[in-house]
Design a protein around this ligand. Sequence first.
Ligand SMILES: [Ca+2]
Ligand SMILES: [Ca+2]
Length: 150
Amino acid sequence: MPEVFIKDIIPDTVITAPWSQGRDYNLDVDNDNDINFRVFSDYIGGGMVLGSAGVNITTLNSELFVITDSTYPYVLSYGDTIKINDKWGKGNMILESYWQSYPPGSSGHSGNWYGLNNKYMGVKFNNRLGWIKLDTYTTSLKVCEYALQK
Ligand SMILES: [Ca+2]
Ligand SMILES: [Ca+2]
């Protein structure tokens, strides 16, 4: 078993987008001060017609991947196994996206990370496996902890 570096973020970092704004957060999974992920939360009003909110994550390195078969990262639970031959993707990923009509009447969401607690996103960086532990809400997320093989 390779050694694993685990970083417990204390306190957990909450990224909340105020109405009509966005908030971002930089995540450095191997702690070398070079940012690896950009997490972005937004909460946007499109005039009086439509509101939308969501949380996205972008990989910033060519050898950085998350477990997915699309632009929607998979959700892992405690005890799940991360393997080098899992399905990996990179680029601009959507954790969750929500929209609502105005006046309210219809709404919907996409992405696998809608309103989850204590879940994990699988990560691979230069063939080192790891994870990011997140909580997600409609207009925000909480970054709790991350880990990467040494
Ligand atoms: Ca880094
Ligand atoms: Ca924490």
